[in-house]
Design a protein. Sequence first.
Length: 255
Amino acid sequence: MKNIKVIFVCGFLLLSAVVGVLYLLRKRFPTSLTGQQQNTVLGPFSFVITLYAFLLGFTVVNLWQTFDQADRTAAKEAETAGVLYLLTDSFPGSQTARQTLIHYVESVAQDEWPAMAGGNIAPKTEALYIKVWKEVRGLVPTSAKEQAIYAELLAKLGNLTDYRRDRILLIDGSIPSIMWWSILFGGLLLFVGLYYLGTGTRDQIVIDIIVLGMLFITLYLAVEFNSPFTGDLRVSPRAFQFIGEKMMQVQGGWQ
């Protein structure tokens, strides 16, 4: 994450600004709640904070699982393309199909990965994917052994389609808009609650920094994990790069 320093500095400045605004609001518009009233409100407020923390935790865990799923799906897609490359070696005249598989794997890493960062797929990669289907289905088995391998080829081709579809469906993230609005509204309620329960002391400033700091960190993780192929935390195309290199080296099997 080459931008981690910039992100840390921006996050620190934003946190300082929010804490500063909260401090100035308490000074300029002090709350009319007495100490006893604040203690009375503290119980319900703690319950609300617990619910909000659960919502944030659930969101981040769900997004992490989606991120991990995207990583595993990409690896399985690349591995399936590699298996297809090996299986096609059993057929005479399969050089075109094998070259198309190489170009497909290279295009996913070089063309489609940057396109996915913008929420799209690469037309070149899509065209190569369709060509892979045509070339593999065009192979003609001439023996019982080749017929068995051909059946496995078609099964793997179906797996490639499934993995590619799943990868594309994960481009736009998995958290609906209503969830994001709920998180933002909960953050606003948290800010208001800190304002009304603040004591105006230096100790309160430390508490504000801790609570709001954890809130910002969790929101940052949620935003980063929401789109597995964009941002600083994103799935790498290393599986396709690795398989592409092996395809170039193979001579009847992985070297």
